[in-house]
Design a protein around this ligand. Structure first.
Ligand code: GLY
Ligand code: MN
Ligand code: MN
Length: 439
């Protein structure tokens, strides 16, 4: 299961269809990153680059030149090299780039500085994401300058730079059927991994054991990488939004918040569940948990075509504020507390974000100054939370240090929505039941 060659080709065609006449796209993939001395992090191509090429090797650059006689789709990549391939693995080489990845023309990356000025010459507009990679920005400018230096000999340098992100990221916001299938798969793998973590929790001593269970369960289904660093925060660590240490002892009576999601075939999932270490919610934990769950359900109901991006957020704020007033953690009138942002002491982030090839995916949240209207094919997370700081002396002691978030990935469909991550329970009683199961 993956994206077909035809779909990659369609994406390039769509992008080229949006371009002004006589223009060129230049898009490098990600750099390899050193983790320690001569050891790298596992390489991952940049999402934009992969989205248009399906090409997974480092040191590669995509160039699109609509209506170029010798081919519109050009890839620069590493040359084949017997010796290096023995040590570091297989390389496509320019020949493979044409044969296996549909490039019309391909060249060794080492020849890029000689070839690119020729491709740029005479093109009026360059579509390029300026400012993301300083070193590559400098290269692009040096190619343009090399043409500028030859104007007296009749060369025409490009006169206009356009932001490639603007076009490409809008395309990526609308997921195709094939993309949705991959996101469902990523969601399903992660959801089942969360369920396993719940089931082993009573036997675990440390937060990292739960992280290990999640990554193990995902990896054995082909999702070797997580879409982001897993958060496993027990007790008051659950109140640290991006807690990553994951090395505290799990304590009887505490909750544990796990925010983890795998990446499958370059598509992300993002799930949070919060559950009792000993398998049974306390009265206070349960009261706050049910507010968060209600807020999430109300927000998910608002994820429908025609609603605005902000509608799910607004309703989550209302449900949480009402709930906190009812329990006495906030005092006053609900409308006023909302207006004054009083809830932000407990719920300080927004309802969610786009999700796709990147966990915090691309796509504008506002268009023309207004919140974006939700449309079929968009996928967002819905992740309300309540975090009572351990230092919050405005509330009774029994509430302090409780951190709860519930997060799912929700697809906007033609007539409503679909939750892609519902294979792990979210209701308190279902979680308790699962944790009580012998096997
Ligand atoms: N896992 C990061 C987030 O939920 O946004
Ligand atoms: Mn998350
Ligand atoms: Mn999220």
């Amino acid at each position: 299961m993956s994206i077909s060659k035809q779909e990659f080709a369609r994406r390039r065609q769509t992008l080229m269809g949006m371009m002004e006449p006589n223009s060129i796209v230049i898009l490098p993939t990600a750099d390899e990153k050193i983790r320690s001395r001569d050891t790298n992090y596992p390489f991952r191509p940049s999402s934009d680059f992969y989205y248009l090429t399906g090409f997974e090797e480092p040191e590669a650059v995509l160039v699109l030149v609509p209506e170029r006689e010798h081919g519109e789709y050009i890839l620069f990549c590493r040359e084949k090299d017997k010796e290096k391939e023995i040590w570091d693995g297989y390389r496509s080489g320019p020949e493979g780039a044409c044969k296996d990845f549909g490039a019309d023309d391909a060249f060794p990356i080492s020849d890029m500085n000689e070839i690119l000025p020729g491709l740029l010459e005479g093109r009026e507009r360059v579509y390029y994401a300026m400012g993301r990679d300083t070193e590559f920005d400098r290269k692009v400018m040096s190619w343009v300058n090399s043409i500028r230096a030859k104007v007296r000999a009749g060369a025409t340098p490009p006169g206009e730079f356009l932001d490639l992100d603007h076009f490409l990221h809008d395309m990526r916001l609308y997921k195709s059927a094939a993309e949705i299938r991959l996101m469902e798969k990523a969601g399903s793998i992660s959801a089942r991994a969360h369920a396993k973590a719940m089931q082993i929790c009573k036997k675990a001593d440390y937060e990292y054991e739960l992280e290990a269970e999640i990554t193990y369960q995902c990896a054995r289904e082909g999702a070797r990488f997580q879409a982001y660093n897993a958060i496993v925060g027990s007790g008051k660590n659950g109140c640290v939004l991006h807690y990553n240490e994951n090395n505290d002892k799990l304590k009887d009576g505490d909750l544990v918040l796990i925010d983890a999601g795998c990446e499958y075939e370059y598509y992300a999932s993002d799930i949070t569940r919060t559950f009792p270490v000993n398998g049974k919610f306390s009265k206070e934990q349960r009261a706050l948990y049910d507010i968060v769950l209600d807020a999430q359900a109300a927000a998910i109901e608002k994820v429908v075509p025609g609603n605005h991006w902000n509608d799910p957020h607004d309703v989550s704020v209302r449900v949480i504020t009402e709930g906190l007033v009812e329990l006495g953690l906030l005092k006053g009138e609900v409308d006023k507390l909302i207006e004054e942002h009083a809830y932000r002491d407990f719920y300080m982030h927004r309802i969610g974000h786009w999700i796709g090839m990147d966990v915090h995916d691309v796509g504008d949240y506002k268009v023309g100054g207004e919140w974006r209207v939700l449309e079929p094919g968009m996928v967002m997370t819905v992740e309300p939370g309540i975090y009572v700081s351990p230092d919050n002396t405005n509330v009774a002691k029994k509430w302090r240090g409780i951190g709860i978030r519930i997060e799912d990935d929700v697809l906007v469909t033609k007539d409503g929505n679909r939750v892609l991550t519902d294979e792990v329970p979210n209701k308190a009683q279902d979680i308790e039941k699962l944790m009580a199961r012998k096997k």
